[in-house]
Design a binder for this molecule. Structure first.
Ligand code: FMN
Length: 399
């Protein structure tokens, strides 16, 4: 039996130490870490502990429905796999393996711009919906090129991430030499090599996979695929603005999802710009530190959009109870990032499948113990907010 399917792996937190043992420190910390003091990273998980359940006992619950409808897609699960850049560093199958597992489980996969696999191959691997997450790195022409390719390949939604004006300061990456290892000279890599040679299994797989890949989905006209050199600098020189949504809407006629909304104001702006859905997200605590947990601002945003667009949320989801709590507070579905990426790092696609199966089992059991027949029937009446937490008010409904 493989490590990820052993009897010792019963929850997502059990996958994390396996990932840590298999990856070099630089790659594990890239996956695990957050920005600066990692306050928001911790808060994302802690905020779920503030919410408690109000179960309805002594009701018969022979079967529970976990299905949700997001942007006219019927998904079998209330969670979607979030875009995770550099997934191919965690395992050679990376984005392809994760997309295949999502599709097999009946849910959607969101492919990051920072992917080591071609978007066409990722789409072909999944029998479920695959959405493309857009950064403008490489410039507008490169972005228009990837949007056109995504449309032709059959991607069914475009996710524009708006919280990455510059890359967050991930101190662990700096200390571990992430930049030197990804793009530096041989000489600059030397101080950081010990962490790599102590993970020979990972190193062999990485070298057989061809080492650091280019970015095959960011093709700069006249130059070709963007090399994986200083992605941080590329992001800083290509900040997306609300004005960009105009040409993006022209280039992409399908559903548009804006990811990285943390205030009611930005949520209404996304609505005005023609978004079909938003993702309440602080990028898993990896961008601006000291913003609140996504779960904490979710009620404000749900009130602000007042049912006019769908609201998704991510950040800190590690358990089925977390998924259920977020939906009780008004999310249509949640995105999971590290929860499946730990699985990918721990055991490749098998690890992703295990992570999905664990969460599915937990969500189902939570529904049954709550006395709720389906995800769609969840609402505020199933949870207690912490004492003193104000119910958000939709300002537009105030007279
Ligand atoms: C290693 C890693 C890489 C990520 N790369 C991207 C990315 O390329 N684009 C993006 O929009 N979000 C990216 N995110 C953020 C996730 O999409 C998601 O918002 C976040 O992981 C949710 O928090 P969680 O990991 O606690 O579930 C990344 C997250 C992680 C952990």
């Amino acid at each position: 039996m493989s490590r990820v399917n052993s009897s010792q792996v019963v929850s997502i937190p059990d996958l994390r130490p396996i990932a840590k043992r298999r990856l070099p420190r630089v790659v594990f910390d890239y996956l695990d870490g957050g920005a600066e003091g990692e306050f928001t990273l911790r808060e994302n998980c802690r905020a779920f502990e503030d919410i408690t359940f109000r179960p309805r006992h002594a009701v018969s619950m022979p079967a529970c429905s976990l299905s949700v409808r997001v942007l006219d897609f019927d998904l079998s699960l209330p969670f979607i796999l979030a875009p995770v850049g550099y997934s191919r560093l965690m395992h050679p199958e990376g984005e392809i393996g994760a997309a295949r597992c999502a599709g097999a489980a009946g849910t959607a996969y969101i492919l990051s711009t920072i992917s080591g696999h071609r978007l066409e191959d990722v789409k072909a691997a999944s029998k479920g919906p695959v959405w493309y997450q857009l950064y403008l790195m490489g410039g507008r022409a490169a972005a228009e090129g990837s949007i056109a390719r995504a449309r032709a390949a059959g991607f069914s939604a475009l996710v524009v991430t708006i919280d990455t004006a510059v890359s967050g300061m991930r101190e662990r990456d700096l200390r571990n030499g992430m930049k030197e290892l990804m793009s530096g000279s041989v000489f600059s890599k030397i101080p950081f090599l010990p962490q790599i040679v102590t993970r020979p299994g990972w190193l062999v797989r990485f070298l057989l996979d061809g080492g650091v890949p280019d970015l095959p989905n960011v093709v700069i006209p006249g130059q070709g695929p963007m090399p994986m050199i200083d992605v941080a600098a590329a992001l800083a020189s290509s900040t997306v603005t609300w004005q960009d949504m105009r040409w993006i809407r022209q280039a992409w006629s399908g559903p548009l999802i804006i990811k990285g909304v943390l205030t009611g104001e930005d949520a209404r702006r996304a609505l005005d710009e023609g978004a079909s859905a938003i993702v309440v997200s602080n990028h898993g605590g990896r961008q601006l530190d000291c913003v609140p947990a996504s779960l904490e601002v979710l009620p404000e945003i749900v009130a602000a959009v007042n049912g006019r667009i769908e609201v998704l949320v991510d950040g800190g989801v590690r358990r089925g109870t977390d998924v259920v709590k977020a939906i009780c507070l008004g999310a249509r579905a949640v995105l999971i990032g590290r929860a499946y990426a730990y699985g990918l790092a721990a055991g490749g696609p098998e690890g992703v499948a295990r992570a999905i199966a664990i969460l599915r089992g937990e969500v189902e059991r939570t529904l049954k113990l709550l006395g709720c027949p389906s995800i769609r029937a969840l609402d505020r009446s199933y949870v207690n907010l912490p004492a003193g937490r104000r119910e958000p008010v939709n300002e537009e409904l105030r007279v």
